[in-house]
Design a protein around this ligand. Structure first.
Ligand SMILES: Cc1ncc(C[n+]2csc(CCOP(=O)(O)OP(=O)(O)O)c2C)c(N)n1
Ligand SMILES: [Mg+2]
Length: 324
């Protein structure tokens, strides 16, 4: 990555980290942050993937992907409002971070049932092909979702029809408390896929340059009719599964110390210094991210709750009208 691109990636990573720090802070003060799952440790993966996407690409995200959503065009204030689950969010307070929805920006929505997104990815990709749009679907999932049978069926159909889908497997070491090695017979997420007729890559998910460069190449290849690909990004979850998870039950302090050695933030920072950014410039970037996130939370904290009327605004069937 050149210096400008890496700076852009680092900005996204900083925003993501600042969001985590703010969510944790206010949650401990008693503010509800519904369904918040931290991204600390995984910022390089999410920023790298996000930067490889254009507006017309379709993103099926997972709930920690703050940097990917921001890169895809969700405004920081909207994302914060989704985290706080109020009416200023993309889902108007009806779904929160689990259901960020901005179809005009290539985010068709998310549902909480693991495994369902694979069939949706096939449908979105088939639509892109039929409409002759030069765009790709990026389908992101963790170890739990990647262990559903639907993934294997989707990989087969994607290969058979040469659909433009890049599958991104987020190997952050755990599905809640279960380590990856307990879930996959090869001990990782890409070893399982070696036989599928498509590029199958295993990347250092904490290296934002590697993730950004490789996913960009594969997304472009998919847009150009080159077919699907499977990318495992090996990363690290630094925090508990969510704020109410006691990770001391399955990770001791030595394991956590080792995890923190993989933190992608200092790594990206060191690379920017190598590329010629000064410490003062980096400090300015870091302070700017914290300030931006702080302002977004200040602005969105008292956002209005979801409106009851809007419950029926985006549905095919309005039961109130049927009862009139
Ligand atoms: C079909 C289904 N079963 C169970 C769940 C509950 N669930 C929510 S998060 C989670 C674990 C997720 O682990 P992973 O896929 O590794 O993603 P990570 O949280 O590590 O990002 C589970 C089992 C679900 N959402 N859907
Ligand atoms: Mg996981």
């Amino acid at each position: 990555m050149d210096r400008d691109k890496l700076t852009e990636a680092y900005r996204l990573m900083l925003l993501s980290r600042a969001i985590d720090e703010k969510c944790t802070e206010i949650a401990f003060e008693g503010v509800a942050v519904p369904n918040y799952h931290g991204a600390r440790g995984q910022e390089a993966l999410y920023a790298g993937v996000g930067l490889s996407l254009q507006i017309d690409d379709q993103l099926l995200y997972n709930y920690r992907a703050f940097a990917t959503l921001l890169a895809k065009g969700v405004k920081l204030e909207e994302l914060v409002a989704d985290l706080l689950m109020n009416a200023n969010g993309t889902s108007r307070g009806h779904g929160g971070i689990m259901h960020v929805t901005a179809p005009e920006r290539g985010i068709p929505g998310r549902n909480g049932v693991f495994g369902s997104k694979f069939g949706i990815a096939l449908g979105l990709a088939q639509a892109l092909v039929l409409q002759r749009r030069k765009a790709a679907v990026v389908c992101m999932f963790g170890e739990a979702e990647g262990n559903r049978g639907g993934l294997y069926e989707a990989l087969n159909i994607a290969a058979l029809r040469q659909l433009p889908i890049v599958f991104i497997a987020e190997n952050n070491g755990y599905a809640v408390a279960a380590p990856t090695s307990l879930l996959y017979s090869t001990g990782d997420m890409s070893g399982m896929m070696a036989g599928f007729p498509m590029p199958v890559l295993k990347l250092d998910g904490n290296d934002v340059e590697q993730v950004g460069t490789e996913t960009e190449r594969l997304v472009e290849r998919a847009r150009d009719g080159g077919g699907p690909a499977f990318v495992e990004c090996v990363t690290v979850r630094l925090d508990p599964h969510h704020l109410h998870d006691d990770q001391s039950r399955y990770r001791d302090s030595n394991m956590l110390d080792d995890a923190w050695k993989l933190d992608p933030m200092p790594r990206a920072r060191a690379r920017l210094l190598e590329l010629g950014l000064s410490t003062a410039e980096l400090e300015r970037e870091e302070a700017a991210a914290v300030a931006k996130v702080g302002h977004a939370f200040d602005a969105m904290l008292d956002g209005p709750p979801a409106s009851l009327d809007a419950v029926f605004a985006h549905t095919y069937f309005d039961s109130r009208k049927a009862l009139q």
